[in-house]
Each structure stands twice: as C-alpha cells, then as structure tokens.
Design a protein around this ligand. Structure first.
Ligand code: 6R9
Length: 695
C-alpha cells in the first residue's frame, strides 16, 4: 500500500521492503485464518454435551424464551435457590424499570424490599450446608512454591475477623471502603468482609498511580483504605503503601483526610522497617486482624442497596464510579457463571483477572463463590518465571475451568508451543476469553494448543456497567464461531441500532444496545445520576447503549467490533483517550495532545499520542521519555503511550474540532485512506504529520 510506496519514493528502500514483506505475511496469515473460520463451526463433543447443564440449542431456546417473556418468574425461581433473610413481596412484580429518558429518570429495580447478603450467600451458606471443609481459595504466589489453601470454613472465619475489624473502627452499612491490594487471598477476603457488613467497596487496581488512586478516593471518600506494604510481580517490587501515602497526601491537600489505613505486611516483598508509616493512622493487618472473633453478624441489606462501586473510563471526563446493587448483581453473577462455565461441583476454576477490574469481581470472586466453586487466586504474571507458568498451575491444581484475556493468549502464543505442551492440561474442560474481541488466530491457538481441540471456548462479552456476561456461547448448547461472542445469555435482549437509533432486523451492523435492562446492570454512577443518563441512555432513546459496535450475522451470532467512542482497549484495560491527553498536557512543555488507538500485535490496541509542544521547545527523546513518565505517574504504567508522534499542528476543522479519523489513519499507517481533508482549517498539517511519522 501507500506506506511502502512513500518510503520507496523517499529512497528508503530497506524500510520499504520490510513493510512490504510484513504486509505479505499478514495477508497470508489472514487468508489462512479466514479459511479456517469460514470452514469451521466448532461444536463441543457429544460427550461434553451429554454432561452439560444446557445440552442443546432447543433447551436454551426454551429457557431464553421464558427469561424474556416472563423475566420476573424466571429470576424469581433462581432467586429462591439463595438465602433471603426476608423474601421480596411476591404479590408485586419482582422488577420495575424505566430506560427511556423521555419518560422521566432512568431506574432499574429487582426484588426491592427483599433482604439478603451476597457474602453470606457466597460463604456461610456453603458452610451451613456442611461444605465448610471444601476448598474455597487456592492461593498461588508470584514465586513458585509459595501457596496457601483456604477452606470455606477458614474463609468464613477470616471474612468475619475483617468484618469485625471494620466495625470496630466505625465502618457502617453504606460507608465506602477503598481497597488497594495486590492479588493476595486477603483481597477477596476484604471484599467479602465489606459485603458482610453492607459497606460499599471500591477496589482500585494496584497498578494505578497515586494520582489516580487519589482521584477515586476524593470521589468516594472512604472511611478506611486497606492496602499492602509492597508486592512482587514477576521480578519487580512495587511499593503499594508508598503510593497510598502519596495519594493520601494529595487528598489531604484537597481537604479530605483518610482516617485509617490497614496495611497487610507482605514481608516477601519488603520489610516492616522499610515500609513508610504514619503513626496514629496506619495499622498492620497482622497485628490487628487475628485478635478479632471469627464470628460476626451479617448485615441484611435490601436487594437494591449498593454492593460495590468500581471506577471505569469513559470517553470524556473523569473515570465513572459504576455503582452496583445487591439482588440483581448476585443473581446475574451466579447464574451466568454456572451456565457459561458449565459449572459442576468439584470443578477447580481459575480466572487470571485482577480483582481491580470487574472480571475479578464477578468471575474471580462473587460468581464462582456463590456457586461454591474452588477458585485459584494467582499473585503473579503468566510469564514468570517463564511462559509455562499458567499450565504449570493448571496441572498443579487440576484446573477444569480457565478464564483469561486475548492479550495474555497472544503473549503466550508468541512464546511458543513448547511452554504449553510441556504440561498435561488434561484437567481442562472449558476455556474462556474476556476483555476485547479475540482474533481468530489467537482463538485457534487457544483451542488447538491449549485445549488440545477438546475444550469449548466461551468468548464472553460484557462490561463493568453490565456487571455480568451478556453475550456468550453456552459451551454445550451451540457451535462456536472463532471471533464471535455468539448469542445473548438468559434475559438479555440486545438490539443493533443505526445512527438514528432505529432497531434493525436480521443480519446487520450498527451500535450495540440493550432493550431491557440486564438484571445486573449498574443502577447509577456514584454521585452522578445525570451523567449516568446522558452517557448510557440519552444517545439512543429507550435503550441502554454499550459504546460498542457490532455485527449480527445470518445465524443471529453477534460479532463485537470494538468501541465506537473515544475509549481504547489496551490489553483488555479500558482507557479514555481524554484521560491520557489530560495527563500529557499536565507536562509543562506540552501544549496540546490528541490520543488514538492503533492495532497492536499483543495488546490488541496500543496508545498513539500526537503531541504539540509549547512555542520554542525543542523535540527530543528526553522529552519523549518525560511525557511517558508523566502518563505513568498520572494514571498508571498500563496507560503509557506506545508511540509519541511530534505534531507541530493537529488536523482541526474550522470550528476547532480535532479530526481523529485522520489521526487514526496516520497512526495505522493507512496514508492512502486519509479521506477528505478539505474541511480542515489547515490541510498542510497533515503533510507535516506524515513527514514526522517515525521521527
Ligand atoms: C468485562 C470487561 C468493557 C469493554 C466492552 C468491549 C470490550 C469485553 C469483550 C469485548 C469483544 C469480548 N469487551 N469483552 N469486546 N469481545 N468478549 O472487559 O469490562 O473493562 O468494562 O470493558 O471491553 O469494548 O465495551 P470492561
């Protein structure tokens, strides 16, 4: 294409040849994969289907029909399998909602008036049923050989101790608690302890910087922060307590003082002596928690009381505090986990997500534990000490259900098959994927190499906002198509709408919306109902809008095509381009920045930043490094730009709007597809940008 044509014209022949080779290789791989996906509908074996919870398309169709025609009856039956301290009023409809901004405030309610508790249902219920001796948590440390097992009884004891501690420092129902912890067993324990007393946890991924943590703390004003001295991930040591201290200082300057910080002493990473400390505010977990009783009363909460909040990126402004409630979230998490992973007692389930993201909430902690599953909690990274670690862990614990992200699959694929084939993996039964579209090439590798062409793959589409999986294969019920999330889960009513908000029929492409609220849909954005309505319900009236584009094929299968807003998906992490831009311009020498996503071999999308410097400032590699460091410290290392492209000017319309379409094309090196540039205020900036590509 024009990429190498331009290089060739510029006399840069070796670069042109390399680009050409790359293009030919890419086309060959694509053709092979297309061939393979077109040929194959991949179905589970007869043996798998015979044992599966949902064995056929007919069985699904029947259940699905009831779930959308009689949602109250469908979910009430499921709700009855859980413990309710006080049943909802069954003389009234179980649910009510309004998704249309024209008809007043948006709201969703399920089982209002019923009283229950998620932690009780996830832990105590199993102990009461005599399963206290069964394994709840299999904790695997970063370093091979460090591990720990907790039974449901032990989990209940620890949850109670932490719950009692929280109560002792005055945390009550409805109070907010910030958790900034690595993947220790204590992280899910802490989440469950909050739930037990009705406190609302806000887990902040321990890869976020002090600034990001402070922003979230300023928004939710926690009574206490629970953290850890430091953590080792791979070969790196990260001083988490130091970051919490910095965040607390930032909050303090803005008028909010954290009263208490509970610090887990992780001596494997740092000594107590070296951990920064503030007397009167900080306490060691190990000095406090063991002294508390292992029994603690359960706070029964209303089905519509908040359960937790979790911040996520939007296309504009600050991260949004997605707020979930209790009854609907519990049922959505538990039911989707059960059917999608085809869970049966005895399964050992491992989700590689971090609890700092929604997947770590719903499918590491709540969904599986609500079903009484044994879960693996892994502190480390899939490539340490080498790329075989995941499969070593699978063999060690005889993992049957495995859930990870395409970015991890691609990274492991790149490391070579021998790291996989060295291990047996015979225990595996279902493989899952989440976080971004999985490309057919990675799907195929996951299926053939990891799963020995034996395990169905569930490519699960959902969002922080939806709380649980909405579009997904049910592994025994219908064939998968590599790259497609296939069909809606029970109760889920997707609509593909065009730009005028008209729902389309049959095969089509457009914007993915929901007609009825999924039972576990967030109920509001913390402290900002107005933004909740404008961001999700105003774009297409009468629908919940996901922000994703999608295609529906002739079999009714859904193919997610990525975000249609200014959100990019880097290694499955959602990042708002506006957040990165605002971090960049916080550098004193940066005048303006425009950030777009581009295809990245491992991460799915990479971050490509166009940067204009202040008058008179020289472009240099040193400045480039400084800008990347600024983003790391403002947001977190995972948001660091992959490319900084110097931009003397940005392509803008006459009204001053940056034309991102053009920037995306330049980032993708699709220089022959720039489209109409005549509406630009200064068309010449485009040539300047092309000139500076790679410089
Ligand atoms: C669970 C989670 C949500 C966004 C979502 C979409 C993308 C997630 C996907 C997928 C294609 C899948 N996404 N799963 N795209 N296929 N199976 O990732 O939540 O962090 O809120 O991100 O991720 O773009 O809108 P969250």
């Amino acid at each position: 294409s024009r990429g190498f044509e331009l290089q060739r014209r510029a006399g840069n022949f070796s670069k042109a040849a390399a680009l050409e080779r790359k293009a030919i290789r890419a086309t060959a791989v694509e053709a092979e994969v297309e061939q393979w996906t077109a040929d194959k509908l991949i179905d589970a074996s007869e043996e798998f289907k015979a044992k599966a919870l949902i064995k056929s398309r007919e069985q699904y169709d029947e259940m699905y029909k009831r779930s959308v025609e009689d949602p109250d009856g469908f979910w009430s039956d499921i709700a009855s399998e859980f413990h309710w301290e006080q049943k909802w009023d069954s003389s009234k409809p179980a649910s009510s909602w309004n998704l249309d901004v024209r008809k007043g405030p948006i709201y969703v309610e399920w089982f209002k008036g019923g009283k229950t508790n998620i932690a009780y249902n996830a832990v105590d219920r199993h102990v009461k049923a005599g399963r206290g001796g069964e394994t709840a948590i299999l904790w695997e440390g970063n370093d091979v050989g460090r591990d720990r097992k907790l039974t449901f009884q032990q989990l209940q004891d620890e949850v109670c101790q932490v719950a009692n501690y929280l109560r002792s420092i005055g945390v009550k129902k409805g109070d907010s608690v910030t958790i900034y912890m690595p993947m220790l067993a204590e992280l899910p324990v802490t989440m469950l302890a909050c739930m037990r007393i009705g406190a609302v946890h806000s887990v902040v991924f321990a890869g976020f910087s002090a600034d990001s943590l402070a922003g979230r703390m300023m928004d939710s004003k926690p009574r206490v922060v629970l953290t850890c001295s430091a953590v080792r991930r791979g070969n790196k040591v990260i001083g988490l307590k130091e970051i919490v201290d910095k965040a607390a200082d930032i909050c303090s300057k803005q008028g909010f003082d954290v009263e208490r910080v509970l610090v887990y002493d992780n001596e494997n990473a740092i000594s107590r002596e070296k951990t920064p400390w503030k007397d009167g505010r900080d306490e060691w977990w190990q000095d406090r928690i063991p002294s508390f009783e292992t029994e603690s009363p359960v706070e029964w909460v209303d089905a519509e009381d908040p359960s937790f909040m979790l911040y996520t990126s939007g296309s504009t402004g600050k991260p949004k505090g997605v707020l979930h409630t209790t009854g609907g979230y519990m049922l959505g998490a538990a039911t989707s986990f059960k059917y999608i992973f085809d869970y049966r007692p005895g399964d050992v389930y491992w989700c590689t997500a971090d609890c700092g993201w929604i997947t770590g909430h719903t499918y590491l902690t709540y969904g599986p534990l609500l079903n009484g599953a044994s879960i693996v909690v892994f502190e480390g990274v899939p490539t340490y000490p080498d790329a075989g670690r995941c499969w070593e862990i699978v063999d060690k614990y005889q993992v049957t259900l495995f859930y990870t992200a395409p970015t991890a699959i691609r990274a492991l694929q790149k490391s070579g098959n021998s790291f996989v084939t060295k291990y047996s993996r015979k225990s595996l039964r279902v493989l899952g994927s989440v976080g971004e579209p999985i490309n057919p090439n990675a799907w195929r590798w996951y299926y053939e190499v990891v799963g020995d062409s034996r395990c169905p793959i569930v490519d699960t589409w959902w969002q922080t906002e939806t709380g649980s999986i909405l579009i997904t294969p049910l592994p025994g019920a219908w064939p998968q198509k590599p790259g497609s999330a296939t069909l809606p889960f029970f109760g889920v009513q997707p609509a593909v709408v065009d730009e005028n908000g008209r729902e389309q029929d049959g095969p089509c492409s457009g914007y993915l919306c929901m007609k009825a609220p999924p039972i576990s849909l967030m109920r509001t954005l913390y402290g900002d109902q107005e933004r909740y309505e404008t961001a999700y319900f105003a774009p297409f009236k009468g629908f919940y809008f996901s922000g994703d584009g999608c295609r529906r094929d002739e079999d009714g299968y859904y193919w997610l095509t990525g975000r249609v807003d200014d959100v990019i998906n880097v290694s499955g992490h959602r990042i708002g381009t506006a957040e990165v831009e605002s971090a960049l311009v916080s550098h004193s020498m940066c005048a303006e920045a425009a950030v777009v996503g581009y295809d990245h071999e491992i991460k799915g999308q990479g971050i490509y930043a166009f940067v204009t410097l202040m008058e008179g400032v020289d472009y240099s590699d040193d400045l480039r490094r400084q800008l990347v460091t600024t983003v790391r410290s403002e947001i977190g290392a995972f948001a660091a730009p992959d490319v900084i492209h110097w931009a003397p000017g940005l392509p803008k319309t006459r009204s001053g709007k940056i034309m991102r379409r053009i920037l995306r094309k330049i980032a993708a090196n699709q220089l022959d597809e720039l489209g109409d540039t005549s509406t630009l205020a200064e068309p010449a900036v485009v040539d300047q940008l092309i000139e500076l590509r790679g410089k």
